[in-house]
Design a protein around this ligand. Structure first.
Ligand code: FE
Ligand code: FE
Ligand code: ZN
Length: 276
């Protein structure tokens, strides 16, 4: 079963997102837990969450992949700002506990000159604290393009975070644009890249994908998304992804530069490519 969807606006609530998803042929989706470029969250609507949980099951949706705000940097240098990021994480996990069993994806962080090792240990500290209450949520570390001081551009860095936290509530979300920009050649050697992922991190940790083409060439460390087929990855790469036995059952989220109608087209393209 192919579970594909896209980023949706969370402003009208969870039930509204499910209706929107259905209208564009999606059976999973992503949403920002709060203002993606700030930190404001709207009040939690428990009734809407409860209705959504029921609907998601009735409609046979795949797991949702919520996205943390871009501003949440768990390894920023200033201790006060770092504590604030950790409090955003903790609050988001509480909110996600009202949609149990779904995923919470975030960018591991940028170490801003502190060094990768320090960054990783700060990320681990925040995760260990936030995951302690045992919420029914799996957090996903997103694979990054390795732009600037981003942590998570290499599989080994993600593995070090997973081991440092030591919880089975930590997995990985693989972003096709990011890893290609980051130097993993999924255009010419998808199998080889996935084998490397399996060897270093373990395929059991791969929980979801972000499907994006890239505006930039291989190993550019840039991170600019493009519509499927219009960038350096090309449609054949996505055909291979949706049909890959290790990937095809994971939720796949489009983050391409589209409005809803464009997402509907890309979802249809992915569904047509399944099994062909
Ligand atoms: Fe992301
Ligand atoms: Fe992404
Ligand atoms: Zn990106």
């Amino acid at each position: 079963m192919l579970y594909v969807g896209c980023h949706l606006s969370a402003s009208a609530g969870n039930v509204a997102m499910i209706e929107t998803a259905k209208s564009i042929g999606a059976n999973t989706f992503a949403f920002f837990t709060r203002n993606p470029r700030g930190s404001q969250a709207k009040p939690l609507n428990e009734n809407d969450c409860a209705q959504a949980v029921k609907l998601l099951q009735e409609e046979n949706f795949g797991k949702l992949v919520a996205h943390a705000p871009y501003t949440m940097n768990l390894c920023t240098a200033e201790p006060g700002a770092r504590a604030f990021a950790a409090s955003v994480l903790a609050d988001d996990l509480y909110r996600m506990s009202f949609l149990p069993g779904n995923f919470y994806n975030f960018h591991p962080g940028s170490h801003v000159g502190q060094g990768v090792e320090t960054g990783i240990s700060q990320i681990c500290d925040a995760l260990k604290q936030a995951l302690a209450p045992g919420y029914p949520v799996t957090v996903l570390l997103e694979t990054m393009a390795g732009k600037g001081s981003e942590v998570g551009g290499k599989f080994q860095e993600l593995k070090d975070i997973i081991d440092g936290v030591g919880s089975d509530q930590v997995g990985v979300c693989l972003d096709t644009c990011h890893i290609y920009d980051g130097g993993y050649d999924i255009v010419n050697d998808l199998d080889g890249v996935l084998q490397e992922f399996d060897r270093i991190i373990g395929m059991d940790k791969l929980k979801a994908l972000h499907l994006n083409d890239s505006k930039n060439p291989y190993a550019s460390h840039k991170d600019r998304h493009e519509c499927l087929g219009d960038g350096s990855l090309g449609l054949e790469t996505f055909r291979a992804v949706v049909n890959h036995p290790w990937l095809k059952d994971k939720p796949m989220i489009l983050e391409t530069p589209n409005e809803l109608s464009g997402y509907a087209k890309e979802i249809a393209i992915l569904r047509q490519m399944e099994n062909i």
